[in-house]
Each structure stands twice: as structure tokens, then as C-alpha cells.
Design a protein around this ligand. Sequence first.
Ligand code: GRF
Length: 200
Amino acid sequence: MRKRLGILLSGRGSNFEAIARNVASGKLDCEVGFVFSNKPNAPGLKRARELGLTCGAMESAGQDRAAFDGQVARLLHEQGVDLVCLAGYMRLLSGHFIQQFPGRILNIHPSLLPAFPGLDAQYQALAHGVKVTGCTVHFVDEQLDSGPILLQTAVPVLDSDTLEELSARILAQEHKIYSEAISWVLKGNYRIEGRRVIET
Ligand code: GRF
């Protein structure tokens, strides 16, 4: 049976769309089983509905984190999700949520972690003056942007770059490596040693 992805997003959803495109074209051998947003008006959620995918949404503002995450986890279990992919999900996950999907939650971040974790990573890179930044797909653990790293791609920072230009150059790479990392995890040919994800 094809493995089922559960995608969590809060906004634009371009990473979700890139994944959905690769699933539709057969490049990625799995299905998008469920798309959830903690922002009911997220453009990415609208797109998922247009694509006819099973979707869920609950506004998270003002909600107790553990209770909210408990409901999200229940939905993901009900939908038979095998792998949870955070795609611009702007909310920290509770430890209990993470423990329910051991080694089965991925995130994408627009920097070469561990540089520039947290919000506005592209701005942080420009402000710091680095010459190279990039993007990272990693397993999610209980710290912010911190779990074992699956894939990274470096992206040059040009002297002329605006924030928008740099972000767009990084985003194009995000759209490639997220699907590659998902495919790798679904194949299962890796082992995790400490922080290292090693191909087997
Ligand atoms: C991406 O830059 C991703 O790396 C970060 O949030 C942004 C989401 O963009 N975690 P989109 O919603 O996938 O277009």
C-alpha cells in the first residue's frame, strides 16, 4: 500500500504544492493523505481543497498547546498518516505530539542549519552577511529547528540580493530537496546515529 503523507501548513503552501506535484507526476511514490492547517484561511489549504485532497483546519490562536496538538494527532491517526511533513507550519509542536510519531516528522527550514534557526531565516542570513546560505530538511525533535539533518542545499548570497530575491532562490531549492528527503525516508534506507542520518 502506498504510504500516506500528512502535511501541516500555516500559509502560502508552496512546499506543499511542490510535494503534491511530485506525487501527481509519480516522481514521489506516496499519496498526500491529509492536509491540515492551524490557520483556516491559509492559501495553501485552499489550494489543497482545490486539488480535492482531504483537509482539516482548526484555528490555533489562544488554544492550549497540548490539547490542540492532541486533536491534530488524532486527525492524523484517523487519516492513517505514515509520515508528517511540516511545510511552513508556524507552530511549535508539543513533546507529546512528537513522541506519537517517532522519527516520522520532517521539517524544511530556509537556512543551512544550525545557522539561523527560528523566524526570518533568510533575513537573518542577509543581516549576518554570510556569502552562502541554503535550506535544510531535518527530522523534528523537541527543540526548534534542531533534529537530525537529512538533506541540505547551499545557495549563494549575492551582493545585489534583496530579501525577496534571496528567499526565492532558496525556495526553489526547498521545493526540490523536500521531495527528495521524503522519498528517502519512505524508502527507509538510512539509520540515525546520534545527530547523523546515514544512508544504508
Ligand atoms: C518556507 O520557507 C519553509 O522553509 C519555512 O516556511 C516557508 C513556507 O513556505 N519553514 P510555503 O508555505 O511552503 O510556501
